[in-house]
Design a protein around this ligand. Structure first.
Ligand code: NAP
Length: 284
């Protein structure tokens, strides 16, 4: 049996074990996927014990997903990184290679883009997008967002220096796509946008939406990376100001599908699993 898990702190709320169990069932893959709570400062030790326990039981540890707050630790632990993970300096998927080495990738960005373009039906080329946040999630999605050919992409963060650093790291990529890439403080964002993505932990913390409603163009798509009850404040704010709200459930399933394909070489039916998960979450 091949073993996988999601590692985070907190992690008990994670839907990843359910999603990967459905992917495995629908693609006929034999695997086990669990969750591991890592103590702060204890990410690498948690990965090592997960691998050692699998080996002791005669199983193979195939990889793990990484969630808050360990995406930067995972990037530091990997011995090789995909191009998108190197640019992000953040990793949400580790693959344990047969020779024992650890490969790191970041599937958050392609998950978000697939959800916006395929599931929500909003093509991003030529549009203006506001990305709120400059933590691991924002770092992971910036490169893939630029690859869609946006006209303008603004990164706004509470700690503005972090937004500036993120924008600097991606400036050559933006230039290559002729995308205007800018960094601003949360209360100083100029103009309005077709798409607004909340990649901060504000919803998780139960805090107010950290930007003024003037950033929303009429009919804008407003995506919060959170889902379930935690996303309700942002979704209500978006609806109240004439935007189309969307939670992070689609991104979650799409980034998982990309990780599953990386590990197993098989693409799972993500649209079906998203529909099933939506029913489950709405009923909760
Ligand atoms: P992180 O690395 O800890 O970064 C947190 C970010 O949120 C930073 O930009 C931080 O600003 C900002 N922030 C925190 N509280 C805030 C507040 N009250 N007001 C304004 N900004 C605030 O976390 P992360 O990994 O980026 O994750 C961010 C969120 O995205 C989490 O809620 C996570 O669950 C979600 N997420 C969802 C998916 C999905 O698939 N749906 C994938 C990835 C992440 P400072 O820099 O100023 O501290």
């Amino acid at each position: 049996m091949d073993r996988y898990c999601v590692i985070g702190n907190p992690v008990e709320h994670s839907r990843s074990p359910w999603i990967h169990a459905r992917f495995a069932a629908l693609t006929g893959q034999a695997l086990e996927y669990g969750r591991r709570l890592a103590p702060l400062g204890g990410f690498a030790a948690t990965v090592d014990s997960f691998r050692a326990e699998a080996a002791a039981a005669g199983d193979r540890a195939g990889g793990c997903n990484v969630t808050v707050p360990f995406k930067f630790d995972a990037a530091a632990m990997a011995q090789s990184l995909s191009g998108r993970a190197r640019l992000a300096q953040a990793v949400n998927t580790l693959r344990f290679e047969p020779d024992g080495r650890i490969h790191g990738d970041n599937t958050d960005g392609v998950g978000l883009v697939n959800d916006i373009e395929r599931n929500a039906g909003v093509p991003l080329a030529g549009r203006d997008l506001l990305l709120i946040g400059a933590g691991g999630a924002a770092a992971g999605v910036l490169g893939p967002l630029l690859d869609t050919g946006l006209r303008r992409l603004v990164v706004a963060n509470r700690t503005v220096d972090k937004a500036v650093a993120l924008v600097r790291r991606h400036s050559a990529q933006a230039l290559g796509h002729s995308t205007a890439l800018e960094a601003w403080a949360l209360d100083a964002v100029p103009g309005s946008f077709d798409v607004v993505v909340n990649a901060t932990a504000s919803s998780l913390a139960g805090d107010a939406v950290p930007v003024p409603a003037s950033v929303l163009r009429p009919g804008a798509l407003a995506v919060d990376m959170m889902y379930g009850r935690a996303a309700a404040g942002f979704m209500d704010w978006a609806s109240a100001h004439g935007a189309v709200p969307r939670d992070g459930l689609g991104m979650l399933v799409e980034q998982a599908a990309e990780a599953f394909a990386l590990w197993r070489g098989v693409r799972p039916p993500s649209a079906q699993v998203l529909a099933e998960l939506r029913t489950l979450v709405d009923a909760a």
